[in-house]
Design a protein around this ligand. Structure first.
Ligand code: NDP
Length: 404
């Protein structure tokens, strides 16, 4: 079994030294919940870096509260606004994509929480690993795009990748004390999203607003749409392959609409371990940031009497073909998952802007997978080129097929 984390702690949270954290994507759903966790544990963590894309107001507010050493606003036109608000407080302010990619190298950082959304997380994560920073990984797209490269670099630099995604955190928690026992199978649970049980006819007319109503989780817009199309589960299957060193056929997806059983591991003696809890991302975020300690938390407790029925069913991969496409991309390997991801990012963004319909998302992904050149053993530049090329192709397909 090859794991991308070890049982070695990252520095420590149990002595008097706070763990020093950089949060990439501090203003998003994961980023703000990470700051909730940090706020609840004074003395355990030091916020060293905060970054945002365009939400300068929230970044300023967070920085005034947490007093980081440095912040990055990716949108360069907002630099002066952020600098004027924070410079007099002794906070270093940077702007732009290059700053985001290099700020993770600061010597004072122990751990980087990658909570940006999409492909934009790739280069900062690579640089953080090369600089020897442990990673709390929320940005699953990084592992989907370049899992082989990332896990190789993590091994070379003795860096641990701590999963933040609730399913992967559940598996990680199930593996505590089991690191030397081979995994027979990983069972990832999926809520099924807002359209569970619906057919393609129904999905033809669903709107952006319908798709953004997730039954159990409050998340950013992109991952919420991915959950509705089941692409999120497809991305998570690929993420699990790289994090836990298993083969595609060892990963099964089960729909569990209550989102209480967060995922399961089956061992070679047939025993299955599961991790349960109410759907609350603060728990897996806290587990990753505080590992190996289980920090005390007042999160609401699960009560079986409130959930007399926990149900499980097979995913409908005919209606929600993104899950099959992700398995296919994983089987093909090479740059195919990168193609899948880039096409999906464009298609989801266009759906969110009401430019294409819900079912068109998987059509764009499938067409890009058929047309973009396959590279069996990509290096970093191949991923960059594949990502660029696929984005252009996805726009071409959308403009040709569905725009006036
Ligand atoms: P959000 O959309 O809520 O937040 C994204 C964050 O990234 C924001 O801080 C945003 O800044 C920043 N950002 C957006 N685009 C860029 C860019 N191009 N360059 C740099 N920064 C950027 O996303 P989530 O928090 O929901 O998700 C973050 C990641 O975590 C995703 O990969 C998602 O799949 C994963 N994840 C999320 C879960 C959740 O519950 N939300 C659960 C499990 C995984 P700004 O606010 O300024 O736009």
């Amino acid at each position: 079994m090859s794991l991308c984390f070890s049982i070695a702690p990252v520095g420590t949270t149990s002595d008097n030294q706070p763990r020093s954290i950089a949060i990439l994507g501090a203003t998003g759903s994961i980023g703000t919940q990470a700051l909730d966790v940090i706020r609840a544990h004074p003395g355990k963590f030091q916020v060293e870096v905060l970054t945002a894309h365009r939400n300068a107001d929230l970044l300023i507010q967070q920085s005034l509260e947490f007093q980081p050493n440095a912040v990055v606003i990716v949108e360069e036109s907002l630099y002066e606004k952020v600098r004027d608000a924070l410079f007099s407080r002794g906070i270093k302010v940077y702007a732009g994509k290059k700053a985001l990619a290099s700020v993770v190298e600061m010597g004072t950082i122990d751990m980087v929480l990658t909570a940006t959304v999409g492909y934009a997380g790739l280069l900062p994560t690579i640089n953080a690993i090369k600089a020897g920073k442990h990673i709390a990984l929320a940005n699953k797209e990084t592992l989907v795009v370049a899992g082989e490269l990332i896990t190789k670099l993590a091994r070379q630099h003795s860096v641990n990748l701590y999963p933040v995604d609730s399913e992967h955190s559940a598996i990680f928690q199930c593996l505590a004390g089991e690191f030397h026992n081979p995994i027979e199978k990983i069972i990832l649970t999926a809520s099924g999203g807002p359209f569970r049980g619906k057919n393609r006819k129904f999905l033809e007319t669903v709107t952006r607003e319908d798709a953004l109503k997730h039954p159990n989780w409050e998340m950013g817009a992109k991952v919420t749409i991915d959950s509705a199309t089941l692409m999120n589960k497809g991305l998570e299957v690929i993420e699990a392959k790289w994090l836990f060193g298993v083969r595609a056929e060892q990963i099964e997806v089960v729909v569990h609409p209550q989102s209480i059983v967060h995922s399961l591991v089956q061992f070679q003696d047939s025993s299955i371990k599961a991790q349960l809890g109410l759907p609350d991302m603060r728990l897996p975020i806290q587990y990753a940031l505080g590992y190996p300690e289980r920090l005390k938390a007042d999160f609401p407790r699960f009560n079986f009497m409130d959930y007399p029925e926990l149900t499980f069913e097979a995913p409908d991969v005919d209606t929600f073909s993104n899950l099959s496409l992700a398995y296919e991309a994983m089987h093909q390997g090479g740059n195919m998952p990168c193609i899948l991801n880039a096409a999906n990012e464009i298609a989801v963004a266009e759906f969110l802007q009401k430019k294409i319909g819900f079912l068109h998302i998987s059509e764009v992904v499938a067409q890009c997978m058929q047309t973009i050149g396959y590279v069996q053993q990509p290096d970093y530049q191949d991923y960059v080129d594949t990502n660029d090329e696929t984005r252009i192709k996805a726009f071409e397909i959308i403009n040709r097929s569905w725009k006036d």
